[in-house]
Ligand binder design. Structure first.
Ligand SMILES: Nc1nc2c(ncn2[C@@H]2O[C@H](COP(=O)(O)OP(=O)(O)OP(=O)(O)O)[C@@H](O)[C@H]2O)c(=O)[nH]1
Ligand SMILES: [Mg+2]
Length: 293
C-alpha cells in the first residue's frame, strides 16, 4: 500500500515498480484508490473511479476536493464488497499495489485508511498480507523543519496502521548530484543532532536573527518573530522522534533499476512473498527459453 503526502511520488513509484515487476516476469495487480487520479502509465486493474468519481461528488454535493475525497472514501467503506469482488480472484503469486491519495487526514484525523487496512487483512476473508510503503520527498532533507514534520507524519502512519512499514525517501535523482552519498547517510535515521547544522538557522544567524534566544513563553511575540519558538518546536519534534526510535528511511530512485529492486526486496520480505509461492511448473515456451539461456 503506497502512501505519503501529496506529490511525494507515489503514483510514479507504482508505475516504475509495475514496469520493474513486468521486466522480471512477476505478476502484479494495480489498484488505484485515488479518486482524483487522472492519468496512468499503467492502466489500473481496479480503479475507485469505477465505483465513485470525485468530480461527480464535488459537483452534485457541492463539496471541495478534500471534503469530496473523504466522501469518496466513506462511500468505498460502505461498498467494500466492490473491492472484495475485485480482489477475490487475485492469487498469492500477485503483488497487489494500492495507490493511495496523499491527503494526510485520511490516515490521521478520520481513520478511514486504518478501517480499510483492517478489512483487507482480515483473516478468513481477503487475508492480504499488507505492507505500508510510506514515501517522503528526499528534497525535504534540505529543510530540517520539513524533514522532521515529514518523519513525524511517517511515524504517525506507523502507529495508526500497525502494519509492516517501509519509509522511503523518494526522488533521489533530485538530490544525488547536490548531496554526496556519504553526507546523505545521516538523513536515513531522523535524529535530533541533525538540527545542529540546520541551514535555516545558519542563514537566520547570518541575517542577525537570534534563533537561539531563550524562550520562556513560546507564544511570546518576540520569540515567534525571531524564529526561536519555531526552533524550540522543531527540537521538541526531533527529540520525540529520538525517543520513539521507530523511523528509518530507505532511498528510492525510480530511474534506477537497482534501487527499485532493493525496495522490492524489502517489500517482498515484509509481505513474505517468496514463502507464499507454490512451486510451479514452467510452461513449454519457458522451458525452451531457459534452454536457450
Ligand atoms: N525527478 C523526479 N520527479 C518525480 C519522481 N517521482 C515523481 N516525480 C514528480 O513529482 C510529481 C508528483 O508525482 P506523483 O507520482 O504524481 O506523486 P503522488 O504522490 O502520486 O501525488 P498525489 O497522488 O497527487 O498525492 C510529478 O510531477 C512527478 O513527475 C522522481 O522519482 N523523480
Ligand atoms: Mg498519485
Amino acid at each position: 500500500m503506497v502512501m505519503g503526502p501529496a506529490g511525494a511520488g507515489k503514483s510514479t513509484f507504482c508505475a516504475s515498480l509495475i514496469t520493474h515487476l513486468q521486466l522480471n516476469r512477476r505478476s502484479c495487480y494495480y489498484v488505484n484508490l485515488d479518486p482524483a487520479a487522472e492519468t496512468f502509465e499503467h492502466q489500473p486493474d481496479l480503479d475507485i473511479k469505477d465505483l465513485i468519481s470525485l468530480e461527480d461528488v464535488m459537483e452534485e454535493l457541492k463539496l471541495g476536493p478534500n471534503g469530496g475525497l473523504i466522501y469518496c472514501f466513506d462511500f468505498l467503506l460502505e461498498n467494500l464488497n466492490w473491492l472484495e469482488e475485485g480482489l477475490n480472484t487475485v492469487t498469492e503469486e500477485y503483488l497487489i499495489i494500492f495507490d493511495m491519495p496523499g491527503q494526510i487526514e485520511l490516515y490521521t484525523h478520520i481513520p478511514l485508511v486504518p478501517t480499510l487496512v483492517n478489512f483487507l487483512k482480515k483473516p478468513g476473508s481477503l487475508d492480504i498480507r499488507l505492507c505500508a510503503a510510506y514515501l517522503l520527498e528526499s528534497t525535504f532533507v534540505v529543510d530540517r523543519a520539513k524533514y522532521f514534520a515529514g518523519s513525524l507524519s511517517a511515524m504517525s502512519a506507523m502507529l495508526m496502521l500497525g502494519l509492516p512499514h517501509l519509509n522511503i525517501l523518494s526522488k533521489m535523482d533530485l538530490v544525488k548530484d547536490s548531496i554526496r552519498k556519504k553526507d546523505f547517510k545521516k538523513f536515513l535515521v531522523p535524529d535530533a543532532t541533525l538540527l545542529e547544522d540546520d541551514p535555516a538557522d545558519i542563514a537566520a544567524r547570518k541575517a542577525g536573527i537570534n534563533v537561539d534566544a531563550p524562550v520562556d513563553d513560546p507564544m511570546n511575540k518576540d520569540a515567534m518573530l525571531s524564529g526561536a519558538s519555531f526552533k524550540r518546536l522543531n527540537t521538541a519534534v526531533a527529540h520525540l522522534m529520538d525517543q520513539f526510535s521507530m523511523v528509518n528511511f530507505h532511498k528510492l530512485d525510480c530511474t534506477d533499476e537497482d534501487s527499485l529492486a532493493s525496495i522490492l526486496s524489502y517489500i517482498d520480505d515484509c509481505v513474505q512473498w517468496a514463502e507464499a509461492q507454490e512451486p510451479r511448473e514452467l510452461a513449454d515456451e519457458e522451458y525452451e527459453e531457459e534452454g536457450d539461456e
